[in-house]
Design a protein around this ligand. Structure first.
Ligand code: SF4
Length: 361
């Protein structure tokens, strides 16, 4: 097992190394606590801060923690966990390979295990699709579309790209983003999978812990995407009323403002959105939104659950998904999860608001 494999455990060669060592994962989780704990750290940190934590000093522990982390993600079996985990692994890899690509010649000679761009391109069958340009690269349009499809931001749209002979021009850093995407696909591939009972039972405690971490997760930190078409029916209806200039009861106004705050909109953006409605004075709206956010009150208010929405008569136009959730935020989260990333055009991007460009998210 080589350090390179531990740094890039998603590589086919790393998997082969684990197979060649005839490692029995059941035995590993039963006997090697260091591996299990590092695997748990990988997943927990992915959920909480989008990283996979610091590598373990022992190559074997670090490498084996990757397949065990995949087992944990499979046992947790929640889309948000799988997505965050794949994203964190891909980001960790991007940081690592960017550093290694940039390493000086001097450094190269001492680190024979450095990964090179051509290795990663070959790993993802991209060698024939990426061509060096004077600055940056030309990427065959098929490969580009495949990997840039999930990127948000106008700069990734094909129409905004130099295009010649079926190739798209990109900068070197953008190639890193595309490689990161290829890694994310690789990590996501096959997740979640069925885990044999014997292995699952050894990891009960870790899985319970991860479930708790997920339950405590503040969805507002995860969702920073404003796609009104994906809003739950109740919020779509309230937003519609706001935009038509209709009067909203205090509880309805609170519900929509809390929801928009929870999905990451700033006070200014909400004020802008509400301003079409003459019933919403800017100052009053600003005060209410700041209050909900906790800026002008000791409490940060969250979006009402469906049961509260029902009791106030704000639950309208229920659809099939509504039958499976109990909170408007859960509805929105599920919709975003299930959507093709192409469909997720952030309202703020379309309207030139300050929403962050998530091209590298
Ligand atoms: S069930 Fe919940 S999410 Fe669906 S419309 Fe009613 S309140 Fe909104």
């Amino acid at each position: 097992m080589q350090p390179l494999h531990a740094r890039y455990p998603f590589l086919a060669a790393a998997r082969e190394a684990v197979e060649a060592a005839a490692v029995d994962l059941g035995e590993v989780v039963a006997t090697d606590d260091a591996v299990t704990q590092r695997a748990l750290e990988r997943v927990e940190r992915a959920i909480t801060d989008g990283t996979v934590g610091e590598p373990h000093r022992r190559t074997r522990v670090e490498l084996l923690s990757y397949p065990v982390a995949r087992v944990l993600v499979s046992l947790v079996d929640q889309h948000v966990c799988t997505r965050k985990y794949a994203r964190a692994e891909a980001e960790a890899a991007r940081e690592q390979f960017s550093t290694e690509f940039e390493a000086t010649t001097e450094f190269k000679s001492t680190q024979s295990q450095r990964i090179e761009l051509r290795d990663l391109l070959a790993e993802f069958d991209l060698s024939g699709s990426v061509h060096e340009a004077e600055t940056g690269y030309w990427v065959d349009v098929g490969a580009y579309l495949d990997l840039a499809a999930d990127q948000r931001g106008d700069q990734w749209r094909l129409v905004n790209r130099p295009l010649a002979d079926g190739r798209v021009r990109i900068a070197a850093e953008e190639l890193h983003v595309l490689l990161k995407q290829a890694i994310r696909h690789r990590v996501t591939d096959g997740l979640p999978f069925d885990v044999p009972d014997a292995i699952a039972s050894e990891l009960d405690e870790e899985v319970d812990h991860l479930q708790e971490v997920l339950a405590e997760l503040d969805l507002t930190r995860e969702i920073d995407t404003v796609v009104p078409e994906m809003f739950p029916p109740c919020m779509q209806a309230l937003l519609d009323q706001v935009q038509k200039g209709e009067h909203l009861e205090h509880h309805s106004r609170f519900a929509i403002a809390a929801f928009l705050t929870s999905i990451g909109m700033t006070t200014d953006e909400i004020v802008d959105l509400f301003q079409v409605n003459p019933g919403f004075g800017e100052e009053a709206t600003r005060y209410q939104v700041d209050h909900i956010r906790g800026d002008t009150s000791p409490t940060e208010y969250s979006t009402p659950a469906c049961s509260t929405m029902v009791s106030y008569g704000d639950c309208v136009n229920k659809d099939d998904l509504c039958e499976r959730i109990s909170h408007p935020m859960a509805y929105y989260e599920k919709k975003l999860d299930d959507a093709e990333d192409d469909d997720l055009v952030d309202w703020r991007e379309e309207n030139g608001e300050s929403g962050e460009d998530e091209a590298d998210a």
